[in-house]
Design a protein around this ligand. Sequence first.
Ligand code: FA5
Length: 352
Amino acid sequence: MKEQFERLQTEASAAFAAAKDAAELEAAEIKYLGRKGEMASLMQGMAGLPSHERPAMGKLANEVKIAIDRALAERKKELEAEKLGKLATEEWIDLTAPGTRPPEGHLHLVTDAIATVTDIFTRLGFTRVRYPEVEWDWYAFEALNMPKDHPARDEWETFFIDAPEHPKLGKMVLTPHTSSGQVREMQKGVLPIRMINISKTYRRQITQRHLPMFHQFEGMMIDKDVSVTHLKGVLDHFAREFFGPTRKTRLRPYHFQFTEPSFEIDVTCDVCGGTGQYGNAKCKLCKEGWLELGGAGMIHPNVLKAGGVDPEKWSGFAFGWGVERTMMMREGLKLDDIRHLYKNDFRFLRQF
Ligand code: FA5
């Protein structure tokens, strides 16, 4: 048994010294020192020795165990030092090297435009509101002087929701224009009003100039003796603030059921510089030098009445513009297809 202990010590020490990494060392440790390892089985064998031999053999076993433990601890230390040595050569960092900048996002162009529009009108005393994306027919059409089956409704290529009708307010629709917020605002019963409603709107349209989902901003002012002059003043101020002093706007007579008189507002196109020509071809975006941004007019008395406002005492104007279209006309943007805005293509978005 003495030789067996001595051989175990030699073998175990050699196996530890030969271990190339922590995993091999652990395997050798289990083989020699584990619960079912070679040391444990030799110790069990001691039970069969005559009692007078046991004390000497016990002492030897103890010395062998201490020697093997020491050999193991030394190799562990060596391997650890080797690992740290490698780290220094393989995984070093240069603390003086310039850092890597984390990716930095920015507001989407449309969000940014909404913030600018809000800011310009807030400074004129208008309060920002939002009205529902899903609306009742009554607010979108009927209260705006467009009774059922009125042909003017066709202009708003509306998405109808397959849901039960409201007994008084009619069908459910995806809000086709922010004008549905006019009567909702009047129904709050607080006068005078200076509202700017910026919300999502939906229509069955998709072209270079049309999106099925877009945003509009609807301004509405109701007070005593409000006239077209106030409307023109507010719109001119907005155009100057948003587009800069070089861009021109014009009011074109138009027809809306809910305003009288009514206008469409155009601004000179930034893609072709207001000429209608791009190189030798017609401007792809505006075709004529002007781009329509929205409608406006003096609120029709029937609409005031629908909102519970007395048209004998109060008057007001309203205007509704497309956020995306307005933004496309910003100085220097030269965006010739509105659909780029919602393609989520980083190559496009990162340019701004
Ligand atoms: C209206 O929606 C009226 N409610 C505007 C109004 C408000 C008139 C208050 C009078 C008083 P119109 O359908 O023209 O009008 O749309 C207004 C603007 O929304 C358009 O000039 C355009 O800038 C934008 N717009 C309309 N349809 C789309 C579309 N499919 N995609 C992107 N922008 C659109």
